[in-house]
Ligand binder design. Structure first.
Ligand SMILES: NC(=O)c1ccc[n+]([C@@H]2O[C@H](COP(=O)([O-])OP(=O)(O)OC[C@H]3O[C@@H](n4cnc5c(N)ncnc54)[C@H](OP(=O)(O)O)[C@@H]3O)[C@@H](O)[C@H]2O)c1
Length: 199
């Protein structure tokens, strides 16, 4: 017996924490022309380290990408340790290289994570965007944290992080394992932030 508490819904699904990982500039922009508007290697390292960390050896995180976000990610980051990559798309007909699953809707992804055979393997569902995927995740009852790096600069953007209620997702003054220092790279200041859902 591991002593773990596993919450199971009435439909037999194992509840999994859903967490958003994003970086947004002053106007809440997250992307431009299918790419990140900034070049911040240390912010990108934080992002990769966080989404690939697991508390228990042998567990994996389910990493969720919208189609555009998936194809904008540099190929040299793959394979990501401790990760199962899921691409959301209604148009793709086969699983893209380096990914493990293709889902044609958000609920299909939730079923994949919370029912056998993956339910015993998956620790956390990390949502990597883009805008529509973030919005659906924020509305899901299992969503408990938003990791949102504050890029303290102005950039032209054509994709934006969705609005969320700051009374429901409360900004944490300190969060374990996350630096609250203002950092600077390539002349751009930024700060990691975590918002936690208060129920
Ligand atoms: N700053 C950040 O933290 C951050 C993070 C992620 C992305 N970005 C940036 O954001 C931009 C991409 O975001 P985006 O919003 O334009 O596109 P996206 O969400 O990455 O991709 C959009 C596509 O994903 C598929 N999709 C999305 N939700 C789906 C769902 N629920 N079910 C099935 N398919 C779904 C659809 O593909 P089909 O058309 O095939 O159906 C849709 O056209 C890029 O510029 C990227 O660099 C920034």
């Amino acid at each position: 017996m591991s002593g773990d508490i596993v919450e199971v819904t009435e439909r037999g699904a194992q509840k999994k924490p859903i967490r958003l990982m994003a970086a947004a500039c002053r106007n809440m922009g997250i992307g431009m022309n299918g790419h990140l508007p900034w070049d911040l290697p240390s912010e990108f390292r934080f992002f990769l380290n966080t989404i690939t960390s697991v508390c228990k050896p042998g567990k994996k995180n389910l990493i969720i990408w919208g189609r555009t976000s998936w194809f904008s990610c540099p190929e040299n980051v793959f394979p990501l340790p401790n990760s199962i990559n899921v691409v959301l798309s209604t148009r793709l007909r086969s699983v893209p290289e380096h990914a493990h699953y293709l889902c044609e809707d958000f609920d299909g992804m939730i079923h994949l994570a919370s029912l056998p055979p993956l339910s015993s393997l998956v620790e956390t569902i990390w949502i990597l965007g883009g805008a529509q995927v973030y919005k659906q995740a924020l509305e899901h009852p299992w969503c408990d944290h938003i990791y949102l790096t504050n890029i303290m600069a102005d950039f032209d953007c054509d994709v934006f992080f969705p609005n969320f209620d700051g009374n429901i997702f409360k900004k944490q003054d300190r969060f374990p394992g996350v630096s609250d220092e203002i950092q600077e790279e390539n002349g751009i200041k930024f700060q990691f932030q975590v918002f936690k859902k208060e129920s």
